[in-house]
Design a protein around this ligand. Structure first.
Ligand code: RB5
Length: 164
């Protein structure tokens, strides 16, 4: 379970070229809210490969070096594919504040992934703030989230995914 963000917390953020401009905006928002922003890059709109930025950020969250992080690319998809390969990382592609709230309440999302080409700056800021301030609900969601790291076999299901 990931506690809600506290001012002063170091929050890594990273994007590829498609997310660069929105990352710059969100970097300022995070700093204004009192977070210690760790900008992993990219640092311009020059074409780059999203995995080069998703890997180092996801490693930090997986290791516990950072409690949470923010990733941006054009669709959010490439960044989320990389991030969700890391143990303990729950990366959510989010396009509305409502989804941001549910990603925290139900899924304890510790990486926020924004589809920079498909959200306005204003929506992205509202999404970021909601994601930072919404606690995990726990309860029935606790067991579900802990099952994410299980394999099909360990979960007691047969090859079709049906409960054994
Ligand atoms: C870059 O053109 C784009 O493919 C990338 O930002 C992202 O959307 C990949 O998933």
């Amino acid at each position: 379970m990931v506690d809600i963000a506290q001012p002063g917390e170091r929050i890594p953020i990273a994007s590829d070229h498609a997310g660069f401009e929105l990352k710059e905006r969100l970097r300022t928002v995070l700093a204004d809210l009192g977070y210690a922003v760790d900008d992993i890059g990219t640092h311009s709109t020059a074409s780059t490969d999203y995995p080069d930025y998703a890997h180092p950020l996801s490693q930090q969250v997986s290791d516990g070096a950072a409690a949470r992080g923010v990733l941006l690319c054009g669709t959010g998809l490439g960044m989320s594919y990389v991030a969700n390969r890391y143990p303990g990382v729950r990366a959510a592609v989010v396009w509305s504040p409502e989804i941001a709230a549910l990603a925290r309440k139900h899924n304890d999302a510790n990486v926020l992934v924004l589809p920079a080409r498909f959200v306005s700056d204003e929506d992205a800021i509202a999404i970021l703030r909601t994601w930072l301030d919404t606690p995990f609900e726990g309860g029935r969601h606790e067991a579900r989230v802990s099952k994410i790291e299980q394999t099909n076999e360990r979960n007691g299901a047969d090859a079709t995914g049906s409960p054994a």
